[in-house]
Design a protein around this ligand. Structure first.
Ligand SMILES: [Zn+2]
Ligand SMILES: [Zn+2]
Length: 372
């Protein structure tokens, strides 16, 4: 796979589709076969298995067809061979009719089902949207850093049990004494929409300050700068986060949510909305929302957080509500979109493992390089 744009007729689009769907089908079959190891209990409780078997069946069919088309059109055999091999393995292991079983209680698990489903959903939604409403039209789908970001996406989804645990544990351990049963009952008695709005405001208020601190503290910046190292943004770029950055930011943002004790329905709605918003604000789409841009974070607003243009350094820290940046004097809303993204000098090598170890490297280049 190169970073060149995909073009119709050279067999590369079909090759990429074959390989991607073949690999996802194989991983999905593995989830069905080993649910106790590879599936997420919360997610399994809500997804309809017959529908997913149908999706798996269609995915296998498309992958097979795309492999054949790519064989016919492409001089390179790598992509169709990978597509065909992974699809054959998926079929060999049971295909869409693979047997499964109730895993019972799971002490330890990997979120492989979460990875497969989330990637498929986001790709199906955002790849066509980014083609239709491209902000940076010359930017290919398989842009520079795409594979690195896919690795970040893979690992963070796989380790969901650990990151959720580490996100929630500090609040419970340190702030249990603040919790009041009457206060929580009153909070839960409010309409769900109001609770979601309050959750977004409180979480973003705490997120704002830890995020702002991550830009000024040389120790935290070592981790957070990984997120800023993308030189091109799209729906997958938001996944580029160091695991330590994920845990610290989420653990701090979770403190007010834990103390307030919002209802399960409100928390689920909040998590779904913010997960989607976190993807959307990085997307390569040219959407503007007029006056509504004051109400919620948009791609325009967060793209400015990712540029190294001097006026925009250390601006737009909020991720849900721009009013928080306005309150604390860090809102940046010029008339145009930023022209470039990333960190001056591009100091971090573009691969997942380098990102993992970079914060621990004892070099001068890890000093804050975005300080105002
Ligand atoms: Zn930042
Ligand atoms: Zn970002």
């Amino acid at each position: 796979m190169s970073d060149r744009e995909l073009r119709f007729g050279d067999g590369k689009i079909s090759g990429v589709i074959a390989m991607a769907l073949g690999a996802l089908s194989l991983l999905a079959v593995l989830c069905f076969r080993f649910p106790e190891l590879l599936t997420t209990p919360d997610l399994r409780a809500v997804y309809p298995v017959p529908l997913l078997r149908g999706v798996l069946f269609v995915s296998i069919l498309i992958s097979l067809t795309a492999s054949l088309i790519s064989f016919a059109l492409s001089r390179s055999r790598l992509l169709p061979v990978l597509g065909l091999t992974s699809t054959a393995a998926a079929i060999g292991l049971g295909g869409a009719w693979v047997e499964t079983h109730d895993p019972g209680a799971q002490a330890r698990y990997l979120g492989l089902d979460w990875f497969v489903l989330d990637l498929l959903l986001l790709a199906v939604l955002f790849v066509p949207l980014e083609r239709a409403f491209s902000l940076h039209r010359a930017q290919p789908i398989l842009r520079r850093g795409f594979r690195t970001d896919l690795a970040h996406f893979f690992v963070s989804h796989l380790l969901v049990q650990g990151t959720v645990l580490l996100t929630m544990a500090p609040a419970a351990a340190l702030f249990g004494w603040v919790v009041s049963a009457e206060f929580r009952t009153a909070v839960r008695g409010q309409p769900i929409a109001l609770q979601v709005l309050e959750a977004a405001f409180l979480a973003d208020l705490f997120q704002y300050w830890i995020h702002r601190f991550a830009h000024s503290s040389s120790w935290l910046w070592r981790f957070h700068r990984i997120h800023h190292s993308s030189s091109q943004l799209d729906w997958l770029a938001g996944s580029r986060l160091h695991l330590v950055d994920i845990v610290i930011t989420r653990a701090v943002s979770f403190v007010p949510l834990f103390v307030a004790g919002f209802s399960d329905a409100a928390m689920t709605t909040y998590v779904v909305l913010v997960s989607f918003q976190a993807v959307l604000i990085h997307a390569n789409v040219d959407w503007r929302f007029g006056k509504l841009e004051w109400l919620f974070a948009t791609p325009f607003y967060h793209h400015w957080h990712h540029t190294a243009e001097p006026d925009a350094i250390d601006r737009n820290f909020a991720v849900h509500l721009p009013v928080i940046d306005w309150l604390f004097g860090t809102l940046h809303r010029p008339a145009r979109w930023p022209r470039t993204y990333g960190i001056d000098g591009d100091p971090i090598p573009d691969n997942w493992f380098a990102h993992l170890v970079a914060p621990f490297a004892n070099t001068a280049e890890t000093e804050p390089d975005r300080a105002p």
